[in-house]
Design a binder for this molecule. Structure first.
Ligand code: AMP
Length: 188
């Protein structure tokens, strides 16, 4: 019996996920954006079609058990991974943005940075009670993801869990997101 072309394509991506070491596509950039930060640059992974596809496939596999209806992406690299995952799942996408970027009424959440503070915003009507998965590229201290979770609370949405391409284990962000499920593809 012949295998449909769509199935063959899926198999190719699955085998790519197994043979590609995705960590090879993350480049360390010392002292960016400021001294002392080792920045995890994901652009080489995005450049590679097979690596990007394998990363999204693996994130999808890791979140199969999470019961969500919509994906929230955090500006800006969370948009890339979140939107790709939403397309794969055929579900909707909600952006959480930096202040004063969204055009309609928003909820705002301010959170502490190492020096100073920052804020995130989400449209007030974006979730309407739906179950949401929050997606970002990197989980570091967890402050950003925690602020996103607060926005879900404010909008009376239902937080189903978190998914990250990269988790920086030594910064111990994961406990801040408890008790929600956290899926991270690559650990450093
Ligand atoms: P945090 O709030 O400390 O968990 O930081 C997470 C956010 O900051 C994510 O949106 C990341 O894009 C960004 N980020 C933090 N640390 C890094 C890093 N070492 N490399 C790349 N992005 C980072």
């Amino acid at each position: 019996m012949s295998v449909p072309r769509s199935v063959k394509v899926c198999q190719a991506i699955r085998s790519a996920a197994m043979v590609i070491n995705l960590k090879d596509f993350i480049k360390d950039v010392p002292d960016f954006p400021k001294p002392g930060i080792l920045f995890k640059d994901v652009t080489p992974l995005l450049w590679s079609g097979p690596a990007f596809a394998a990363a999204i496939e693996e994130l999808d596999r890791m979140t199969q058990a999470v019961d969500y209806e919509v994906i929230i992406g955090i500006e800006s690299r969370g948009f890339i991974f979140g939107a790709a995952l939403a397309q794969r799942r055929q579900c909707g996408f909600v952006p959480i943005r930096k202040p004063n970027k969204l055009p309609r009424a928003t909820f705002k959440q301010t959170y502490a940075l190492e020096y100073g503070e920052d804020s995130l915003e989400m449209h007030q009507d974006a979730l309407a009670g739906h179950k949401a998965l929050i997606v970002d590229d990197v989980l570091a201290t967890g402050g950003t993801a925690e602020a996103a979770a607060r926005l879900v609370d404010k909008s009376h949405g239902d937080l189903a869990g978190f998914a990250f391409l990269i988790e920086l284990d030594f910064l111990k962000g994961r406990p801040r997101l408890s008790p929600h499920p956290v899926a991270s593809l690559l650990h450093f």
